[in-house]
Design a protein around this ligand. Sequence first.
Ligand code: WQD
Length: 337
Amino acid sequence: MKTVLVTGGAGFIGSHTVVELAESGYKPVIIDDFSNSKRSVIKALERLLGQKVTCYEQNYQDTHRLKEVIAKEGIESIIHFAAFKSVGESAKKPLQYYANNVAGLIELFIFLNSTPINSFVFSSSCTVYGEPDELPVTEESPLKQATSPYAKTKQMGEAIVEDVTNGSEKLRCMSLRYFNPIGAHPSALIGELPLGKPNNLVPFLTQTAAGWHKELTVYGDDYPTPDGSPIRDYIHVVDLAKAHVKALDYLKNKEAGFYDKVNVGTGNGNSVFDVLHTFEKVTGVQLPYKVGSRREGDLMSTYASTKKAHELFGWSNERSLEDALLDAWRWQKTLHR
Ligand code: WQD
């Protein structure tokens, strides 16, 4: 059985990846300290999969216990999601972000030397590019000055993964650069669970539609874009999860010392108003909103070239913005404030 350690496996992208791994014949083993996720996700995964899901409640940096888990479960590869991920929060708590996202990653790789693990998929982000000069963004687009400590931790993380892998006699690694993950599993058993007031557009939008907030604030409609609002590449979280399985399969056939980075997006750019109006169209729910001032650090426009993921491991997104918003809404209706 191909056993995979999924750090942060109870989180939004991690939990959806656990489903796709299990459904593709892997045995996912979750490590999560539940600092940014809920224990109820494990039961939901077991209900969705109809099987037991192995989860160890611990911080991924507790390498003493991790050694026992790896030996006991016979783990061969890792998908490393465990990290802090809020752009805004990182500006207020840079040290916590460097400690968890960078120092923790270094400790993890030092530890991996003493284990048989040979494949590693790193959870990276389109924020490593900063504001792109040309669109769509390709993997060869320059990494500009990061606009937040969070984005810097992802730039540093990729450099660490690449340098540790180059010349390695064991490791083959890949960084997946996510664009904007949205939506939920169509079963509505798992989805995004922002702790506290969400920073991200779609969870705030669905909470507003559910009456949890008075209105959505659109952060600026005076950008030089077709409708004045910023453009992003919103990718269904299930498509994103499937890309991780494809990346693992791909790494299995690569030699030790192999490293590469790949965009995971849809290749389509949608504005904030596109998202808002599409949500209203597919759900029939009117969304109260107002236009406010721009949000500090926001990019004007970014969306991915997805050619490389398709060429390397035959992946491309299958779900639309409509699918993602409908699944997000179905999930939101299962939640209580
Ligand atoms: C999207 C657009 C906002 C909320 C995210 C993650 C980051 C990284 C990349 C993983 C922007 C607008 C938002 C609201 C709004 N993901 N907005 N009103 O900023 O692209 O970054 O994806 O690594 O971690 O944060 O996503 O959803 O915050 O914003 O108008 O209430 O929606 O201005 O244009 P962003 P977002």
